[in-house]
Design a protein around this ligand. Structure first.
Ligand SMILES: CCCCCCCCCCCCCC(=O)CSCCNC(=O)CCNC(=O)[C@H](O)C(C)(C)COP(=O)(O)OP(=O)(O)OC[C@H]1O[C@@H](n2cnc3c(N)ncnc32)[C@H](O)[C@@H]1OP(=O)(O)O
Ligand SMILES: CN(C)Cc1n[nH]c2ccc(-c3ccc(F)cc3OCCn3ccnc3)cc12
Length: 391
């Protein structure tokens, strides 16, 4: 009997790993009010202090970038580490309705060096096709400097962001992680589509099959120079009032998704070089029929003599009313190659299994677990029931 397992998570309003499913979904914790929540921040070990990051401030942005590029998520073989750019972090962490104390940093009091961080952004969630929208927070970028690991700092960061969210009268959260903790609502798999097979083989991201030559592999993954869909053009903010309702309509088929406001669509999909790429298909009579997007998230290649960065594009949101999804994503691949990406990644959520095989995606070596905080679901979701992509 393991007495010390999940020592922190067993204190939290999340299901135990072997809990049964209830008839109906709902909150786990007793119902509380903002006035019940402690006003002062959780205690940090001596020598550390809390700070709110303001990403409009170049120094704060530089500090967050540096913390993450040196200490954030690595793959299981510690060959790659995410390298979220400064522009990407500003985009991901300043959506409409953002709260300035939801970017919680921990600094060394003496040197002011940022050594810990956790973020929340506001999301309007629809679960299991219910009418009511649940106002939640989406938690991301939890990071502790490598030198300060295993000191139980993560639970303090998690409790503090929980306190700051509760004070805003919000009681649920959505988050994803590569690690398994109590208790996933669904487990998605990630897949990779080679765009630059030569580089992927050189950096040991991929390997040549026994009876495969480099020439053969390059031919297999070759893509046209230009896109193939008539009426395909970049999305722009003027499209937001049309795209928002069409995207929400598409997402209604899933059991977990964020309902996009027009302002959300303007913010999340307005193209930003090396951050977010979004396209619409416009018919002859100027009607938008389809949409797709992908985001740019490079990874540092740890200790490689020749290459130091893997340029990866990640499938984001899409909808299709006239063009088959696989043709939309085929064109996303063409554009990603044109923008010099090395690989195009996708999860097996939404309807993505429709295109993974035909477009030559290969399974990755891990999973992405989806979680809800303080919400017990009546069922386990298959990845195809998930309609939300977290960066
Ligand atoms: C109502 C609003 C609610 C808002 C809050 C909702 C919940 C939000 C939850 C956060 C969602 C984040 C989502 C997100 O950002 C996307 S997942 C990416 C998380 N970040 C990284 O992996 C970066 C590299 N790793 C680190 O920086 C550290 O290893 C971290 C900081 C991860 C843990 O620091 P550490 O020095 O290695 O560990 P201790 O401080 O000694 O703490 C150990 C405890 O932390 C538990 N742990 C480990 N990794 C975790 C993870 N990824 N989620 C949740 N819990 C995690 C672990 O199970 C253990 O608890 P246990 O004893 O019960 O097993
Ligand atoms: C989602 N968001 C919360 C970041 C995040 N956190 N933890 C993760 C674990 C896996 C993936 C992931 C998601 C989709 C995908 F196609 C490949 C992935 O990871 C490859 C392995 N890897 C890790 C670092 N560099 C390469 C993302 C994340």
């Amino acid at each position: 009997l393991q007495t010390n397992q999940w020592q922190f998570w067993n204190t939290q309003p999340v299901p135990k790993m072997d809990d049964p499913f209830p008839e109906t979904s709902g909150p786990i914790d007793v119902i509380k009010k903002p006035e019940d929540i402690q006003k002062d921040p959780y205690n940090l070990p001596a020598g550390f202090e809390w700070c709110n990051l303001n990403l409009k401030n170049q120094d704060d942005l530089d500090q967050l970038y540096t913390l993450l590029v040196e200490n954030y998520v690595e793959d299981d073989d510690n060959m790659f580490r995410f390298d979220y750019s400064r522009e990407f972090l500003r985009w991901a962490l300043s959506p409409p309705g953002q709260y300035e104390d939801w970017l919680a940093g921990v600094r060394v009091t003496k040197t002011k060096k940022l050594v810990g961080f956790i973020s929340g952004i506001p999301v309007h969630m629809i679960l299991q096709k219910k009418e009511e929208v649940i106002k939640m927070t989406e938690i991301n970028f939890l990071c502790v400097n490598k030198k300060l690991r295993s000191k139980r700092l993560a639970p303090v960061l998690i409790k503090e962001i929980t306190r700051r969210v509760n004070i805003k009268n919000m009681w649920q959260a959505v988050y994803t992680a590569g690690v398994l903790i109590p208790k996933p609502i669904s487990i998605a798999q990630y897949f990779h589509r080679s765009l630059n097979p030569k580089k992927l083989i050189e950096i040991n991201f991929s390997s040549l099959g026994k009876n495969q030559t480099m020439a053969r592999v390059q031919k297999l993954y070759k893509l046209p120079e230009e896109t193939t869909i008539k009426g395909l053009r970049p999305f722009n903010k003027k499209d937001a009032p049309t795209v928002a309702p069409m995207l929400n309509k598409y997402l209604e088929q899933f059991d977990l998704y964020h309902k996009f406001s027009v302002e959300d669509v303007k913010h999340y999909f307005a193209p930003v070089d090396n951050v977010i790429y979004s396209y619409v298909v416009e018919s002859e009579d100027k009607k938008i029929t389809d949409f797709f997007s992908f985001y740019c998230l490079p990874s540092t290649i740890i200790n490689h003599p020749k290459h130091n960065q893997l340029r990866a594009a990640y499938s984001y949101y899409h909808f299709s009313t006239a063009t088959p999804l696989k043709d939309l994503i085929y064109n996303a691949l063409i554009l990603a190659k044109k923008y010099d990406f090395d690989v195009f990644n996708a999860l097996n959520l939404m309807e993505n299994t429709q295109f993974l095989d035909e477009l030559l995606f290969s399974p990755g070596d891990g999973n992405l677990h989806y979680y809800l905080y303080n919400w017990r679901l009546s069922e386990q979701f298959k990845p195809s029931q998930l309609g939300m992509v977290l960066v």
